[in-house]
Ligand binder design. Sequence first.
Ligand SMILES: Nc1ncnc2c1ncn2[C@@H]1O[C@H](COP(=O)(O)OS(=O)(=O)O)[C@@H](OP(=O)(O)O)[C@H]1O
Length: 365
Amino acid sequence: DAFLNLKLGSWHSPRLCTPKTNVMFLKTHKTASCTILNLLYRFGEKHNLTFALPKGYHFDYPNFFNSRSVKGFWWQNGQHYNMMSSHMRFNRPEVQSVMPADTFYISILRHPVSLAESSFNYFHFLAPAFKHSPSFEDFIANPWKYYIPYLRFNHLARNMLWFDLGFDHNAEFSLQSAQSVVAEIQQTFHFILLADYFDQSMVLLRDALCWSLDDVVTFRHNARTNAKPKCLSPAQEEQLKKWNALDWYLYQSFNKTFWEKVERFGKRRMDKEVAILQARREELQNLCLLKEGKPPKVKQSLGQGVQRCQTGYVTMMKHTLNSNLSISDKELCSRMIREEYEPVFYPSFMDEAPCQGCPQLGPYQ
Ligand SMILES: Nc1ncnc2c1ncn2[C@@H]1O[C@H](COP(=O)(O)OS(=O)(=O)O)[C@@H](OP(=O)(O)O)[C@H]1O
């Protein structure tokens, strides 16, 4: 059925809604956010949209977002952008001063247990708490031995999503305050995606934005190749949830609303659209990528400066294009594999690389 629809090109049929072009994506860490960035850049490029870009590498992360960190922004000019999508610590009034009033706000969460594992590996040398723990297991067993609250970058080791969304990641958990934070997020963000249900998220996103299905087809970006599945015990998982109690509450809340949305969308319809999305991804992977979606490993190292999305402390998957592509397929495929801040593929709306002139170091240096 999915393949039949695929062949008939049903997702190209005209929609009875107007595609949204003003989108703010709060790019949280280790949540498939580079993959989302890829689709936003592609959509922006296709529709000639403007992006609010940081003056440096990030919007002054981990400090709160300030409109002064947007390249070329001068609030007195009353200028606005269509899209904003780099890492930041969210600050609603400042973001609203840069983005138009009808902006569609989205962000993405991931289950705190797998998020912690990804974060421990990726940010091992950046978060002091991780750096000083001999192993992930040691950290889980006794995080307070390694964690000093409010030490710069230690938020990457505890309630990182809560922090990125602009709240105090060291606050004691209380149901009342957690509920009020969730309510505030719900007031600001129109849709919270879940990395753990990426394809379902894409189907809902496409529906909410009135985009085409091809607009939300992506390859997986920024994945580790050396990620051995960690066999954590149920007790260790519980410890991690307790340690990240604010993020765990956040995740549970938005997981619940996510599945309510799926219910409203229709489960059968969801299954069908997910199947079409997956079939299209496979088709594009077969067309574009060497060895059908099994890209060769590339050891990233600090100082390369190109793929700034990647710190170099872990081995990342690097997509490699098939060599015999036609000119038009090559253009399509190049866009599909474009990483965050890859100057070679800078679209026209990025007149210069945001990192030009920056020291060739990894993130946050
Ligand atoms: N499509 C899709 N579905 C599910 N998961 C995905 C997807 N794309 C990327 N990923 C995983 O997201 C992790 C990278 O997240 P980010 O791109 O947000 O990282 S970063 O903060 O910008 O460095 C990284 O997780 P780990 O591999 O566990 O580290 C990616 O594998």
